[in-house]
Design a protein around this ligand. Sequence first.
Ligand code: C2E
Ligand code: MG
Ligand code: MG
Ligand code: MG
Length: 282
Amino acid sequence: QAKRSGRNRAVAYRAEFDAEVSQRLHLLAELREALRLQQFTLVFQPLFDRAGEAVALEALVRWQHPQRGLLSPAEFIGVCEESGLIVELGRWVLQEAARHHRLLDAAGLGRLRMAVNVSAAQFGHDLASDVKAALQQCPMPAGALELEITESLIMHNFERTIELMQQLAAMGVSFAVDDFGTGHSSLAYLKRLPIDRLKIDRSFVQDLATDPDDATICASVINLAHSLHLSTVAEGVETKAQLDWLRERGCDEVQGFLLGRPQAFASLLPVLLGHGGPRPAA
Ligand code: C2E
Ligand code: MG
Ligand code: MG
Ligand code: MG
């Protein structure tokens, strides 16, 4: 009996495993099609400085799926990264980001940085030439491009990372460490990289006003960053209390639903130009 139920379990497990694998393969095939059919799109979220001025836009990818509607990266970035498809998707994101910066420039907002998230696999390929190509095509000044990388990317292959980052920094590209505080990067390593900004992870910002530990972490990151001559951004600012706390502690920039949600470029532009109704509660 026991043996038999064990076997049934194994069979059930096997079936589940097969279903999972075939689902991922199906998703991957769909993603390849999506690239070909241009079903991806970018939304943009503004970052604000201490004076409440917009200083940057972060480009965030979405997939306009023919049946399932608008999908967020959580639904597909993982498979893109595992399969290597992220290299091609990332190239497209860079090109689109540059094209939109060109539109910003035409509207008199060329001073805004354009921030683009990049994955480890893109670093494994020749990211520098992808960036160069994207900047030339539109064209967009390298100084306006900021690449957001994670601590795990940095620690994954440090020697390779430092070489590529130096190459890109020499072109004028800047770097932000995304989700800072959630990874395992070491200060000794960070210090050796051409990093301009630390983005304090949303998870620490969330309970800032109520959890003394999170408040301590945020304050420490801001102080640490400033003593290393780095700038700070707080991600996921949703309340006025969080905003006030961050301002008071000297956080340089803020980003979050309180100030502006990720949205289509066409609807964001009038807001940035100051004729999109009331200014965000900055
Ligand atoms: P991220 O780079 O840390 O981006 C911030 C995420 O937080 C975005 O989710 C944004 O919509 C969300 N967010 C912003 N403000 C708030 C807030 O006040 N409250 C809450 N709850 N959330 C907020 P999104 O767009 O779903 O992107 C998720 C992640 O997917 C990104 O995290 C980034 O790691 C990745 N991603 C997005 N676009 C790209 C891309 O083009 N390439 C790569 N490699 N990764 C991307
Ligand atoms: Mg980011
Ligand atoms: Mg982040
Ligand atoms: Mg995040």
